[in-house]
Design a protein around this ligand. Structure first.
Ligand code: ZN
Length: 203
């Protein structure tokens, strides 16, 4: 499987990092080795002093697709969840300043938290779902998928122009505002419409 991520998909998050609003979705990937294995803690890598959490709604692709039309994109996923796109922000800032690729900041081992998947039919519309990240019991990020610049179906259409989607691939749809640094001892919990779908320890 592969992990496809979308950057800069929420206006308020673009503002907090002082990025430009993109004219088309920003796409990057993580390898399958980035998936944090279930029940494992997230270990802060020693090459970064500023690892940020980014909570995101994630979508599991259920069949092979290429050049998927946005109006048929809903047929390519049945399950959604929340995850974390861990980002070594200091490393990313240095790479961005030089116009270099982000893999060292985004694709490292353990950088992709995948919550338990739930059927999308549990929700009236995938374009109106609340999600949250709690850190040590306090809400640190809160979003609603209606605030995405590009909605899930549009993202699937865009990504599949470039990359064939396969069964089991996971799409990260971008983070809302409120990203922040993790510290040893933190406990992070992800919620989709009030349902807890992951809990991880930071070490
Ligand atoms: Zn992200």
């Amino acid at each position: 499987m592969k992990i496809i991520c979308i950057g800069r998909n929420y206006v308020n998050h673009i503002a907090e990092l002082q990025n430009e609003r993109p004219a088309e979705p920003v796409v990057f990937m993580k390898p399958d080795t980035a998936v944090l294995q279930k029940q494992y803690p997230f270990i802060i890598p020693d090459f970064s002093d500023e690892v940020h959490y980014e909570v995101e709604v994630i979508v599991k692709i259920n069949k092979v697709g290429k050049y998927i039309d946005a109006k048929f994109a809903h047929k390519y996923y049945d399950e959604i969840s929340v995850g974390i796109d861990f980002t070594a922000r200091d490393v990313q800032d240095a790479l961005k300043a030089k116009g270099l690729p982000w893999e060292k900041a985004k694709a490292f081992d353990g950088s992709a938290v995948v919550g338990d998947f739930v059927p999308k039919t549990d929700y009236a519309s995938v374009d109106d779902i609340n999600f949250e990240l709690h850190k040590n019991g306090n809400i640190v990020q809160q979003g609603n998928t209606s605030h995405m610049i590009w909605k899930i179906n549009e993202l699937i259409a865009e990504v599949s122009k470039y990359v064939t989607l396969r069964t089991g691939d996971v799409l990260y749809t971008g983070t809302p505002e409120g990203v922040g640094k993790v510290a040893e001892g933190d406990v992070l919990e992800g919620y989709l419409e009030g349902k807890k779908l992951f809990k991880i320890q930071v070490k």
